[in-house]
Design a protein around this ligand. Sequence first.
Ligand SMILES: [Zn+2]
Length: 336
Amino acid sequence: MRYDDDARLDPSEVTDTRGRGGGPSGRGGGLGGGGLGGLLPLLLGLLFRGRSGKASWVVIVVVVVGFLAVQFLGGGVTSAPAAGGFGEPGGPARTGTSDLASECRTGADANTNPDCAIVADINSIQAYWSGGGYDGLAATVRGAQPDYTVVDTVFFTGSVSTRCGSADASAGPFYCPADDLVYIDLTFYDQLRSQFGAQGGPLANAYVLAHEYGHHVQDLLGTEAAVRSRQGAASDSVRLELQADCYAGVWMHHAARPSGGRPPLITDISRADLDTAVDAAQRIGDDYIQGRLGGGTVDPDSFTHGTSTQRKRWLTTGYTTGDPRRCDTFRTKDLG
Ligand SMILES: [Zn+2]
C-alpha cells in the first residue's frame, strides 16, 4: 500500500491530544487516571451513594468484573460505550494538531511517517463518503437524510473523557455519536499485533479507522439509533458491527480508484495488504477472542461484534462489491 507522494493531506481532520495527560478537554484525569479509573468511581458513586454493607460490595464486585469483561470482549474495534448516563458532558477543545499540521503535508510524508499515514487514511475514508458514497447510500434509506459531515479523529493516550463516557486505551478505538468524533489511542495497533496476534500493516490500520467511520455513517442514517438488542449471535449489535466492517471494505474497494476526476490518495493496494486487513478483522471476532485468545468457552449469547468468519465475510463483501447497499446485515437471514 502506497500513498501518492504528491497528494495533499488535510491534518485538520485529526485532533492530537497525545501527551497532554488526559482527555481532549484537558481535564481528562478528572474522572480518574488510566485503567478503570475513568468510569468506575463515577459509576460506583452513582450506584451506591448512601448505601453500605456486604450486599453493596457484592454488587460492586459484579459490576467491576462485568466491566472488565465488556472491555475485554469489546477490546477490538468497538463502537462507543453506551452513550449517556456517565461521563461529564463537554466536547474536546480543538487544539493540539500543530505537529501533525507541520509534519503531515503530503502523501510522501504518509509513506514515511506512520502518524501521517493515519491522517491520510482518514482523509481517504472521508473523501469516499463525502464524495458520493454516502449520498448513494442515503438515497436508499426512507425519509430525508442529513448530509455527510466530516468528523475528526482524536488521538489520545491513556484515557479520554467523552460525551459517551470515559474510556481508556484497553477499550480499543471507538466512535462517539454524541461527540461526532472517532477516538483512538494509536498504541492499539501494537496491541493488535502483540495481544491479538494480528500481522498488522498499513491497510490493517486503515481498516480499524474505516470501521469506526462506518459507525459515523450509521449514526447519520439512524441505523445506530435503531439498535435494540445489544448481545447475541443475531443481535442488532452484531449486525451493526458487521455492517461497519462491510462499509470499511467498501471504502477499500474505492480507496485506490480515481473519484470525481481526482486521482486517489492511495495509489496501490495489493493482495497482501488485503490479507492483513482480513486477518485483523478475524482476530477481533467474538469467538476468537473468547475461545482461542481468552482460552474460555465460546458463548454466542454474549456476542456483540460477530465471529471471525462473519467479520471476514462482510469485510470481503464490501471490498468485492464496492457498494454500501450490499451491506444490509440487518435484513439478511444469513450473517455467514
Ligand atoms: Zn464497531
